[in-house]
Design a protein around this ligand. Sequence first.
Ligand SMILES: [Zn+2]
Length: 159
Amino acid sequence: MEVVVEDCCATKNSPVTVDTEINCPQCGHKGKGIKIITMKSLLLPEALATLEADGDYRMCSNPECQVVYFNGKGGMYRTQDLKVPVFPKSDDPDCPICYCFGWTRRKLKADHDQVGQSTAVHEISEHIKAGRCGCEVNNPEGSCCLGNVKKYLTSLSGT
Ligand SMILES: [Zn+2]
């Protein structure tokens, strides 16, 4: 038996085929899948007002490119369309790397310089273990920040 779910919020003509390879229209970088909930949480009202809820969006993770989200149908959102600066597209020292718990470049560097070894990774790991993370709705990448935090700390130790 086939069950057809009628959802009042569902859009007609949702695309059935999923195009897995969509590249950034600006820089050609390969797009990374992004959940719509992440975009709904982080887009500014004017940008959100143009969102296609079934739009199959991707994220451009090229730091040099100002396009954040895009789809294959000309939909595009840039860094200024988001409520938060986008790591690593922003070089602002106050740009968060861990969005959930507020670890910015500046805070991570200060912690690293003071203690000699950052407490951030341990602290963030404890929060993850306790189930407090909200990466899906806080981090423009929609995924765990820990990899980016570690990479940044490694770059500090390297110099
Ligand atoms: Zn791009």
